[in-house]
Design a protein around this ligand. Structure first.
Ligand code: ADP
Ligand code: MG
Ligand code: ZN
Length: 609
């Protein structure tokens, strides 16, 4: 039995029960007998009437034997006159308790309509229940083909001032705001209005946020739909949902229609990935049809977001469709500081909090990461029973977002602690003693996430380009842990395995991608990368076996060279290494300033890697 029939049966049962209950309360329990006026008069004369209540023209009668009766008098006549005219015995009438009940108009109408109104309310209540059930998705069939279009309300209206950084994106989008506010200006000039704007950027960079800000600034409704929802349920729904979404937006025009994750439907048709999915193609076609069907003065602007612009179907990008593209980059240091400031609003910070330092420590963080960081810091401060957020909590939160929470409770033996201290000390010392290496921000032997300990080194500025010398320094530093273990204990532990993995990957990139090896300025292999995300999807080999062997040799050379540099540094500064390790065993954590203060007496001269 389907949900719908079940619901209807339930509704009918409820209706019957309610009407029974109502009739019990409202309807008369036992029908009193009706007397004619002449009958009443003779009863009065026979002293059989105890009480008469005059209620308008109705007479509610109680007989001496306790039974009830009703009678009707003539319209607008006086009851005593009536009785007299009909020849009631005066004495007999004195024995009757005669009462006149004054009825207000309201009571009168209620007595007439009350039962009907109650029934009506009950029926409406039942319908409301049914609708609510259908809406809440218990009965999905009702929703078939309807888009889950969310209309943002003005309660959470977002403005450009709530979006930090993203300067170029905002400049581009201000034009849209201008058009939505003042379309005539553009149309009079014969300008073609942008219909679709594609926001491209890594996850969490504020694509949804900035789209909402456009709606907020223009003061128009904002319709949100995620393209992955289009294809979620039944075959054939995607296209009709799309039609529905555009219809609603046009109906509310001027409006913004935001299609999130458009790559879910907008992949190149017939490109093979995920199989030839007819459903997706139909949905995509419908989007194209809808956008082409816009009139010149349709005031609906479609914004779409994706972090995979590389896989989009070129048809989507043609003029008249998503012909404008706005790139949202990961925030640089200034933007990160600004984003932190926005999310610090409404939170209490310690007076000495330096958001710039937090921004410095968080290269590669997206806006969403930074919002998360601020929240984590607030939670940590509350856990420490503080009334405001401190710098320590902020930096701690940054590390937590990068590497997972500290695992202080993990028991490590003194031996393991010593190995970790020398391992991390090795990384840190090499970083300090090699030219072109990034400064050490923090060394810690408290395990965090999957790492036993960690050395954090970050550039002081955002880097967009990196040189060969910097990569060599990186490689040497990665080898620092391994070299230190070998030098100190004459043995190596599994603790170095992820360092070696990273180093090997980096060395291979130097050879095959950046042309930084002896093989010269050439790229080997045709690799497809996930744009923005840096994952390699596929790597097609387009070189001979001989070249493959050459590449392996070059990789090996890079790694051995890095190892030798690390070893040389650590051998030259053995006492410094021991000092760092001992301090780490004692304190577990060394901040940047303490670390460099510790090294000062050793007067280390940096060598080239
Ligand atoms: P995307 O859609 O690109 O994945 P969102 O717009 O959903 O990213 O961003 C997630 C959250 O991150 C936002 O709600 C906001 O709190 C924060 N955020 C991202 N970028 C910014 C920014 N530039 N300024 C302020 N907050 C930001
Ligand atoms: Mg988003
Ligand atoms: Zn290491």
């Amino acid at each position: 039995m389907s949900n719908l029939t079940k619901n209807i049966i339930w509704a009918i049962i409820t209706l019957i029960v309610i009407s029974l209950v109502l009739s019990y309360f409202v309807g008369p329990q036992t029908q009193p007998k009706t007397l004619s006026l002449s009958q009443l008069v003779s009863d009065v004369n026979a002293n059989q009437i105890k009480q008469i209540k005059v209620n308008g023209d109705e007479l509610d009668i109680t007989m001496t034997d306790g039974s009830a009766a009703v009678a009707q008098k003539e319209d607008g006549t006086n009851i005593t006159d009536t009785f007299k005219n009909l020849g009631v015995n005066d004495q007999a009438l004195q024995g009757v308790d005669l009462q006149v009940v004054n009825q207000s108009g309201w009571q009168y109408w209620m007595s007439l309509l009350g039962p009907d109104i109650l029934t009506l309310i009950a029926i409406m209540f039942i319908f409301w229940l049914m609708f609510r059930q259908a809406k809440s998705g218990v009965n999905q069939a009702f929703n078939f083909g309807r888009s889950n279009l969310k209309l943002s309300t003005f309660k959470d209206r977002v403005m450009f001032k709530d979006v930090a950084g993203l300067k170029e994106a905002k400049e581009e989008l201000i034009e849209v705001v201008d058009f939505l506010k003042n379309p005539k200006k553009f149309l009079d000039l014969g300008a073609r209005i942008p219909r679709g704007i594609l926001l491209m950027g890594p996850p969490g960079t504020g694509k949804t946020l900035v789209a909402r800000a456009v709606a907020g600034e223009s003061n128009v409704p904002f319709f949100y739909i995620s393209a992955s929802e289009f294809v979620e349920m039944f075959v054939g729904v995607g296209a009709s949902r799309t039609r529905d979404a555009f219809m609603q937006a046009k109906h509310a025009s001027p409006a913004i229609l935001f299609i999130d994750e458009i790559d879910a439907v907008g992949r190149q048709r017939g490109a093979g990935m995920g199989g030839g999915n007819d459903e997706r193609e139909q949905t995509l076609n419908q989007i194209l049809v809808e956008m082409d069907g816009f009139d010149r003065d349709t005031r609906v602007i479609v914004l779409a977001a994706t972090n995979r612009p590389d896989v989009l179907d070129p048809a989507l990008l043609r003029p008249g469709r998503f012909d404008r593209r706005v790139i949202l980059d990961l925030p640089d240091m200034n933007d990160r500081e600004a984003i932190l400031k926005i999310h610090a609003e409404g939170k209490t910070l310690d007076k000495d909090v330096d958001l710039r330092r937090v921004a410095m420590r968080t290269p590669g963080f997206s806006g969403a990461d930074l919002a998360n960081l601020m929240n984590e810091a607030a939670i940590a401060s509350a856990r420490h029973s503080k009334t405001s957020i401190g710098q320590a909590e902020l930096l701690e939160a940054a590390e937590k977002v990068i590497m997972g929470p500290e695992r202080k409770s993990r028991v490590i033996s003194p031996r393991e602690k010593e190995i970790t201290a020398f391992h991390e000390g090795g990384h840190a010392l090499v970083a300090a003693a090699v030219k072109d290496a990034d400064p050490v921000q923090k060394v810690s032997i408290i395990s965090r996430g999957f790492a036993g300990g960690y050395t954090m080194k970050l550039p002081n500025e955002d880097q967009h380009l990196k040189t060969r010398a910097q990569f060599l320094a990186d490689l040497a530093m990665m080898m620092g842990g391994y070299a230190s273990e070998k030098l100190t204990f004459g043995d190596v532990s599994t603790g170095a395995s992820s360092d070696l993995k990273e180093a090997s990957k980096l060395a291979r990139r130097l050879v095959t991608k950046y042309g930084m090896s002896d093989l010269g300025p050439q790229v080997f292999g045709d690799s497809q990368e996930l744009m923005f995300l840096g994952h390699e999807l596929s790597n097609e080999r387009n070189y001979s076996d001989k070249v493959a062997a050459d590449i392996d040799e070059q990789v090996h050379k890079f790694l051995m060279h890095a190892y030798e540099i690390a070893e040389r540094v650590l051998k030259t500064h053995k006492t410094a290494l021991k000092k760092i390790a001992d301090t780490l065993i004692e304190k577990e954590v060394l901040e940047q300033d303490d670390f460099y203060a510790l090294l000062k007496p050793f007067k280390i001269k940096a060598i080239a890697a």
